[in-house]
Design a protein. Sequence first.
Length: 365
Amino acid sequence: MKRIVVKVGSNIVADEKEGLDTRRITAIASDIRDAQDMGCEVVLVSSGAVAAGMRKLGLKEKPKDIQLKQAAAAVGQSSLMWAYEKSFGEFGKKVAQVLLTRDDFTDRKRYINSKNTLSTLLSYGIIPIINENDTVATDEIKFGDNDNLASLVTGLVDAERLIILSDVEGLFSADPKKSHKSVLIKTVNEITAEIEAMAGGAGSAVGTGGMYSKILAAKRTVNNGITVNIISGKKSGLLVSLLKGNHHGTEFMPVRERLSARKGWIVYGSRAKGSLHIDEGAVKALLHGGKSLLPSGITAVTGVFEIGDAVYCVDSDKKKIAKGITNYSSTEIEKIKGRKTTDVEKALGYRYSDEVIHRDNLVVL
């Protein structure tokens, strides 16, 4: 059975003046019902809580104050879920609310618990509706926007595809709202700086992102070996048509084979606590030899971290070339950097492992 993640933005389900667009929500529910009937398992990532709360609180502009935004999210989330539950209920479908923070991804145990919960819901034919837990999120644990959240969820649930429903048909060569010469980019094989430039800046009055945030989410997802589509969320039937093999919007092609669940978490879920600066020989060993990182290749350490934390491996130009889980703390690595493996026990009085980062816990970026 094919598993997909569908992301819906605030601009699709809500209006800054009118609040939630229940007709559009019902149309989305109808499309997802049809996708399920085709044999797909669907996880829905939906914005709209803050926008719904804005209307209830009488706010005309998106709150900038974090406490007011959290209040709007608390007020609006219940309305958002009620609208989804009512709409899906019309088609005999059940939904579940799942609110996540960044810590649910960075903490390995919470990550696995979230994964198991979502898998159980899907096994019962229930549609998980995921949003950021804005009422408790702070700058330190925020995703930034729900495009980023959707990308992380796609890896979390081992989905085959991320489909982003947007207020425009896809990625254009220029802003279609400003230029009549803009052309829809149908397929993107590699997200280059030029592609990112086409996406422009961010933002509307109700959302936190724009096309640029979608491109960044797509870049992260295709690097995980997963296809991404950006299509119009204002036209009914496109989702099902896409799943039937028809082309709509912009399709971003995977740039590598699918990462394992653990390596996907290392790259996109874990939060790096520091960096290991490595010499040219170690760079070649990691990039081209598929080797583990040994103490002898490390020239410097930045940050404070413990055993089991994620760290970046950076070259002499401070470019991040890999990310992995360390077998030693920053204090220990300071003592063994540049040394041969046989000298580790002499330097520390013990030896946990020959490798500072084993290749099974390391991903080249």
